[in-house]
Design a protein around this ligand. Sequence first.
Ligand code: SF4
Length: 406
Amino acid sequence: MAQLTGPRVHDTGVVSRQAVLPDPPDLWSYSSLKDVETCPRRYALSRAAYPQLWEQPGYPRLPITAAIRGDVVHGALELIVKALVNAGCTSTRSAEAVAVLRELGGYTKVAETSLARQLARLDGNPRLGTARREQLARQLTDGLPQVRVQIQTYLNRMELRPSAGRQSGSPPSRPAVRYPARVGDHPEKVLVADSLRLMGRIDLLSVDATGVQITDFKTGAEDPTHHDQLQIYVLLWREDSLSNPKGLAVLKLVAAYPSRDIAAAVPSAEELTALCTQLTTKIDAADAAVAAEVPAAIVGDHCSMCNVRGVCDAYWTTGLKATADVAEGTWYDLAGTVLRNHGVRSIVLLESLTNAEVLVRTPTPSYAVPVERNVRVLGARRVVDPDDPDSLVAALTSVSEVLELA
Ligand code: SF4
């Protein structure tokens, strides 16, 4: 691992958002490696500490409804599968399974519980106002019938393997306390390849006497890159001698999408060796990228969805589009100096990129925008005034953010 020199404080230039950058982690995962490859700065700023902003680790996330819905499905499946396996059910359609589900309160109740857990994770998030939180809770609650159908669809396709011994209530969250996987189904199974410094959390590991099946639940669209992740899980299973002391082989790999299961090819021993070499190189590169004094920023199309773009100076100096070039109705970001208030629900901003005046409409009269200060505006919507189509107008909504520069 790269030599560490102690905490690195990075001044993001935004008021109350000084970042204490993280060191490379003890263990990498498929998603964290992918994150660093896409943009080391994003990895570092996402996982930095922001003591002036809040006490929790990382930069607070702006919630995305679809992502939370996916997490609700995952959480509900984990809860139900664990209960069914513990009760010795072999089919989700058996009388025993129906009784277990009834005891859990039914699909809707489980989905509600899973949703409540996800919403609780948003508590204390300084980027989430009360109005937005309530709106989000409403949207997610309204979507529960579809979530319920998705959970049922996954479960109806699932063959269960009863556990050879009753499992504890929840799987270990720390890899340090991992355990040998006995015959049966293991939701959210953590695997670690110590020699590689790599870990993964498998959605469903199904073990029988002859080998295992690995299933990854995917709530989004089908994507061939999902197979890369499954291949890494095979390597982890082979390398994790604590979880797999008998060296059982992987017999089947499944990417389970809402509408169908897709079987992925199980890599051969030679392919796994090549994967191992590839990952060693990637991990060395990721260590060096994260340990850099200021991790490199890779500006690109992905920046528009980046959760930390508000505190990334590289994005604000090279990644912006001028308001004049933004099409009507498009969401975009802009930066500038607040010149003056314009009525009770608008301000005039001198756009830094062009030195043009942009009229920015705020959602409420009390919306706080500091006059004569430099600001970054995230998530504005381009508006064209039919009475004055040449004027530059943008509108803020409940999901927009205004960050004041120091
Ligand atoms: S805004 Fe772009 S360049 Fe900046 S951290 Fe995010 S992904 Fe990287």
